[in-house]
Write a protein that binds this ligand. Structure first.
Ligand code: ZN
Length: 198
């Protein structure tokens, strides 16, 4: 498909996400609208990961709508199709579970993700860890920031081999975090010592 053919879908996804996330603001970031997060994930996949696949990009833009907004599966299926819904479902946590259990399950389930879902997961963790490193939410102490980035590293350790440029960017972020937050990322074979031990 020639580039540009699917702009209508990308723009429709951006509008849908903006409307669904309406009123939500990001922690940190001087209270900027939440939708800048999924849009940044899509931009990161495009610019760093070289991802041009429209379904993956639309899913990236919509990736938090089922988890964090009133949007339903039918809303997404009707507007963007079953394939996009399937990707979004793969990266949606079950909010009935405790936070720690959701963290644990992200590590456990990462190897089961499809390629598009792995890409969205990679972009999401990369953007979130950048945020925690450079613009942490108010009240987050060093320990909490270290734990968050360690958890991101543990999830992505399960899906290495997905996209080299994204992994290089993530590794650069980890090196910067180790220096700025003065800690060492623990290797995945020690994951059972973490609070979210799988
Ligand atoms: Zn996200």
């Amino acid at each position: 498909m020639p580039e540009g053919q699917h702009w209508d879908k990308l723009l429709a996804a951006a509008i849908f996400a903006a409307e669904e996330h309406q009123g939500q603001v990001r922690k940190g970031h001087r209270g900027s609208p939440y939708v800048t997060h999924p849009l940044t994930v899509a931009k990161t996949l495009f610019e760093i990961g070289g991802i041009r696949d429209t379904q993956t990009q639309v899913a990236a833009i919509l990736h938090d709508t089922l988890e964090d907004t009133p949007a339903t599966k039918a809303d997404i299926r009707d507007r963007f199709g079953q394939a996009v819904l399937d990707i979004v479902l793969e990266v949606t946590d079950d909010k009935r579970l405790s936070k720690m259990e959701r963290k644990r399950l992200q590590v456990v389930h990462a190897p089961d993700l499809s390629l598009p879902a792995r890409l969205v997961k990679f972009g999401d963790k990369l953007v979130n860890c950048w945020d925690i490193l450079h613009d942490p939410p108010e009240g987050w102490d060093l320990t909490r920031r270290r734990h968050y980035i360690q958890w991101g590293a543990d999830v992505l350790a399960q899906i290495r081999g997905t996209n080299a440029p994204l992994e290089n960017a993530f590794d650069a972020m980890l090196a910067e975090a180790e220096s700025a937050l003065d800690f060492r990322i623990q290797p995945f074979d020690t994951v059972n010592q973490r609070p979210w031990a799988p």
